[in-house]
Design a protein around this ligand. Structure first.
Ligand SMILES: Nc1ncnc2c1ncn2[C@@H]1O[C@H](COP(=O)(O)OP(=O)(O)O)[C@@H](O)[C@H]1O
Ligand SMILES: [Mg+2]
Length: 184
């Protein structure tokens, strides 16, 4: 499922964005006028948006709208939670870049092959994600633990090649026994 190490949204190394419904028949419509591709692979990336406090909300909106279009709305709650936590972390980590008078950006990319939904958050920030075990009274340090629980540990990080930052990603199973689909 993971893309190659040099693959970045919007670059030549990244899969071509497709519009359609994973798992649907070739040639049928999705009710929104989109043509469904023969392949079940689909990708949807946001444009770059500023790494400021409005970013998590933008990411949640992109996730909900995209999954509705792919008829994967039953996974939207988990996917939005993951995207929100990943992007909030990226915003926090981007603070030193902002303080240096540069405008760091974030991109969120959703990819699925019909079996797994991968949520990627690309940042231009220093540092790496560290899974913490927050005690009962801690007010921080839970985001990655939540992602870890939702994904069964299927999350990680890889460097962005040729630019600052990295991709932190998390995978939601769509078909396995552990899939947590809600009614669309
Ligand atoms: N995108 C990121 N860039 C740099 N560091 C990160 C990133 N995401 C997470 N981290 C690190 O991992 C830690 C744990 O993240 P998290 O579990 O979400 O807790 P919190 O955000 O409340 O600190 C963060 O405090 C930070 O040090
Ligand atoms: Mg966090």
């Amino acid at each position: 499922m993971a893309m190659t190490a040099d693959a970045q949204p919007g670059t030549a190394g990244h899969p071509v964005p497709r519009t359609g419904l994973p798992g649907a028949d070739a040639g049928s419509g999705n009710g929104l006028g989109a043509v469904v591709p023969a392949t079940r692979t689909a990708m949807s990336a946001t444009p770059p948006f500023a790494a400021i406090k409005t970013a998590p909300g933008l990411a949640r909106g992109h996730v909900r709208a995209t999954l509705a279009g792919w008829r994967l709305g039953g996974f939207a709650d988990d996917a939005e939670t993951i995207a929100s936590e990943l992007v909030a972390n990226a915003v926090n980590a981007s603070a030193p870049v902002l303080a240096a008078d540069r405008m760091p950006v974030i991109r969120v990319c959703l990819v699925t092959d019909g079996d797994v939904l991968t949520i990627e958050c690309w940042d231009q920030a220093p540092g790496l994600p560290v899974l913490r075990r927050a005690d009962g009274f801690a007010e921080t340090g839970r985001g990655l633990a939540i992602i870890d629980a939702i994904t069964g540990g299927c999350w990680g990080c890889r460097p962005a090649i040729g630019q600052d930052g990295k991709c932190v990603y998390a995978e939601i199973p769509l078909r396995s026994a552990s899939a947590r689909r809600l009614p669309d």
